[in-house]
Design a protein. Structure first.
Length: 439
């Protein structure tokens, strides 16, 4: 793929109605994209079904949710959860009595990790065990789900699985330097990816963020065939990230966060959608804008492109509602500071000659550099300090708005999707918000 494929027109169609089934393929958290899509399924009156990744007991064995956990999860989802653990990845899998990949990482030290080598034959055995475990559990989940999908209904499978960083102490210190380090604390992301630690992380990212989408599509084939034979339709969506077009100097320009380590897995996710589409299966990856979530907060500066969304709201004729968003965001700033000042700082960052080479779509995801990290992390720090309270940020407010917009965009576009990979840039986000809040 040599250029983004943006969604420019607001989708209008909705094939989903009461009695249809919405399947959340991943757990629902308090702050994340999936909430917007679940809200749309609720509005449509769909039956909502979720899954769980399970939990680990004192011996590190996967277990289902207990009664209390299950009740809380079902209340949050507003539907039934199939209580069969669907933990993705292989970092904690191994043949009986042998070390897991996470155990192997325990031997790495901050002094030696760049040179330390892993047993790749053993790791491949662990990967195969993890994949088999996941697919076997998925088959159980689908057998249960089959009884919850009536003939003649439509089904929307929403894939939300992402991540895959092994729980290794050594990586916490490394991540702080790769994603938050500048000056003497800067660390090249390429050094991480060239190491065996980095290669293991990339493999696990593939299994969690990308290959689970292929397993979902394959594992639901029998349900899909039955539903379609009875006149129903089946749709699949997944959340991607592959940069975002934001408003810079009057034009929407593609830019990205650097270094996005999960980028290779997100492109693999796109390829799974393309492969399914080629078989006549309506599966679409929606590349969404940067927002702040519990998982994205590790990436200092990933939130900066959110702030020009305020300009897009005005540019797309947001009227009085857009002005209220400006005032709400300006009220979060320290006394004497203005929103125009914040926007100027962020746009100066985007225009800086240090950042221009990273707008290379074909080369994405590019490794970081010392000047880029210094500028990105420094700007992020400066913008945060312009607020009254570092726990009440402009980017929190704007993240909630993006989630609000992506829900209906994905839900309605998936009724009659135009392709396997689509970008939800700031223009369509602003158009959707302005339509939702039109007086």
């Amino acid at each position: 793929m040599n250029t983004p494929i943006p969604l420019h027109q607001l989708p209008q169609k909705n094939i989903f109605r009461p009695g249809d089934v919405f399947v959340l393929f991943g757990e629902l958290f308090g702050r994340g994209y999936a909430n917007g899509l679940v809200n749309e399924a609720r509005k449509a009156g769909m039956t909502i079904v979720g899954i769980t990744v399970g939990r680990r007991d004192a011996n590190n064995a996967l277990r289902p949710l207990n009664d209390e956990e299950l009740a809380a999860a079902e209340q949050g989802l507003g539907g039934k959860i199939i209580n069969i653990p669907l933990m993705a990845g292989f970092d904690q899998d191994a043949p009986a009595g042998e070390p897991t990949p996470t155990d192997l990482l325990g031997a790495l030290t901050l002094k030696s990790w760049t040179e330390d080598k892993l047993d790749w034959a053993h790791i491949e055995k662990c990967r195969e065990i993890g994949v088999k475990r996941f697919k076997d559990s998925l088959a159980e989940v689908m057998a249960t789900l089959n009884g919850l999908v009536p003939d003649g209904s439509n089904v929307f499978f929403a894939h939300t699985m992402a991540g895959g960083i092994p729980k290794a102490k050594v990586f916490l210190a490394i991540a702080n330097r790769v994603y938050k380090g500048r000056g003497e604390r800067f660390m090249s992301s390429q050094v991480l990816l060239n190491s065996d630690l980095g290669k293991l992380i990339l493999k696990n990212f593939d299994e969690v963020s990308a290959n689970t989408f292929a397993h979902l599509i394959e594992g639901s084939a029998a349900i899909r065939a039955r539903v379609e034979a009875a006149g129903g339709q089946v749709r699949y969506s997944a959340y991607g990230y592959h940069g975002t077009e934001i408003l810079i100097d009057g034009a929407y320009v593609w830019q990205t966060y650097t270094n996005y380590t999960q980028g290779m897995a997100k492109m693999r996710l796109e390829r799974h959608a393309q492969d399914a589409w080629a078989q006549g299966i309506k599966a679409t990856v929606y590349n969404c804008p940067e927002i702040r979530t519990n998982s994205s907060d590790i990436f200092a500066g990933v939130e900066l492109p959110l702030i020009p969304l305020l300009n897009a709201l005005r540019h797309e004729n947001g009227g009085a509602w857009a002005e209220r968003q400006w005032k709400a965001c300006e009220a979060l700033l320290a006394e004497g500071l203005t929103l125009d000042g914040v926007l100027q700082k962020v746009l100066d960052f985007q225009r800086n000659e240090v950042m221009l080479p990273f707008r290379n779509f074909v080369a994405w995801p590019m490794p970081n550099s010392a000047p880029q990290a210094d500028l990105t992390i420094g700007t992020s720090d400066e913008v945060q300090k312009m607020h009254q309270d570092n726990k009440a940020l402009i980017t929190d407010h704007l993240s909630a708005l993006v989630i609000e917009a992506t829900g209906p965009l994905m839900f309605h576009e998936s009724s009659e999707p135009t392709g396997p990979v689509l970008w939800l840039n700031h223009d369509i986000i602003a158009k959707q918000l302005n339509q939702l809040h039109a007086a």
